[in-house]
Design a protein around this ligand. Structure first.
Ligand SMILES: Cc1cc2nc3c(=O)[nH]c(=O)nc-3n(C[C@H](O)[C@H](O)[C@H](O)COP(=O)(O)O)c2cc1C
Length: 201
C-alpha cells in the first residue's frame, strides 16, 4: 500500500534563524494525531528530493550516495488517514510505502531502554543506513560518513519540527538489534537514530 504525501511547502511562517533560536529537545506530546501534510513536510526536510533532475536531496550525502532510509512507526491513532504500522519513506514520489502492519511503538520504547517519551509519541521516525554502500567505496571512513549524514538529517528534522510548531527529540540511546526486530528491518540495514514526533503538549 502506498500513501502519496501532500506536496511539501516551499515557504513557512518561521525563519531559519527563528527555528535555530527556539529549537529544543521536546519530550512531551499532545494527544491529537499528526496530519499527513505535517509528517510529509518533516520527511521532505529530512530526505526529500530538492532537485529532481539531478536527484539531489535536502540533506547532503557524500558523492550523492544516499545510504540512509527513513522508517516511520505510526501508533494507534497517531496519524490522520493512515492505519498503525511501519512505513518507509520514498523520496522519489514523496510517498509512504507500508512495510509492516500494526502498532510497534511499545517495542521501540523497550528497544530505547524504556525512555518514556518514545511511547508517548504518536509517530516515531527512524533513520537507518546501509553501511556497505559507503564502506565498499570509502573503507572504514565510510562508516563515519554514514553517522555524519544521519546527523545532517536529524538536524533537518529538528528544525522543520520547530518551524511547524511540532515537538521532537533525538534518541541515540538504543539497542540496534531491538529496533531492527521491532521494525523487521532488512538484513544489513542499521538503525542509527530515532525521532519521536508529536504536537507540543
Ligand atoms: C547523538 C545524540 C543522542 C541523543 N540521545 C538522546 C536519548 O537517547 N534520549 C534523550 O532523551 N535525548 C537524547 N538526546 C538529546 C540531548 O539530550 C539534547 O540534545 C541535549 O540535552 C541538549 O538539549 P536541546 O536539544 O534541547 O538543546 C541526544 C542528542 C544527541 C545529539
Amino acid at each position: 500500500m502506498i500513501i502519496f504525501l501532500p506536496r511539501p511547502m516551499r515557504k513557512g511562517r518561521v525563519s531559519i534563524e527563528e527555528a535555530l533560536w527556539s529549537r529544543r529537545s521536546r519530550r512531551e506530546y499532545g494527544p491529537s494525531p499528526l496530519k499527513l501534510e505535517e509528517l510529509g513536510q518533516i520527511l521532505w526536510a529530512a530526505q526529500g528530493v530538492s532537485d529532481p533532475e539531478l536527484g539531489l536531496r535536502t540533506a547532503p550525502s557524500v558523492d550523492s550516495t544516499y545510504p540512509l532510509e527513513l522508517y516511520i512507526a505510526v501508533g494507534n491513532g497517531g496519524l490522520e488517514d493512515a492505519s498503525p504500522g511501519v512505513y518507509r519513506y520514498m523520496p522519489i514520489g514523496h510517498s509512504l510505502e507500508l512495510h509492516l502492519s500494526g502498532d510497534v511503538i511499545e517495542d521501540l520504547y523497550h528497544a530505547c531502554f524504556d525512555q518514556e517519551w518514545v511511547i508517548r509519541a504518536p509517530v516515531v521516525i527512524v533513520i537507518a543506513g546501509w553501511p556497505k554502500k559507503l564502506t565498499r567505496k570509502y573503507g572504514e571512513r565510510g562508516l563515519t560518513f554514514m553517522y555524519i549524514e544521519a546527523g545532517h538529517v536529524g538536524q533537518n528534522i529538528y528544525l522543520e519540527a520547530e518551524a511547524l510548531g511540532l515537538a521532537t527529540v533525538a534518541i541515540g540511546l538504543l539497542d540496534e538489534g531491538g529496533v531492527s526486530r521491532a521494525l523487521k528491518l532488512p538484513k544489513g540495514l542499521v538503525p542509527i537514530y530515532l525521532f519521536p514526533l508529536g504536537r507540543k503538549a
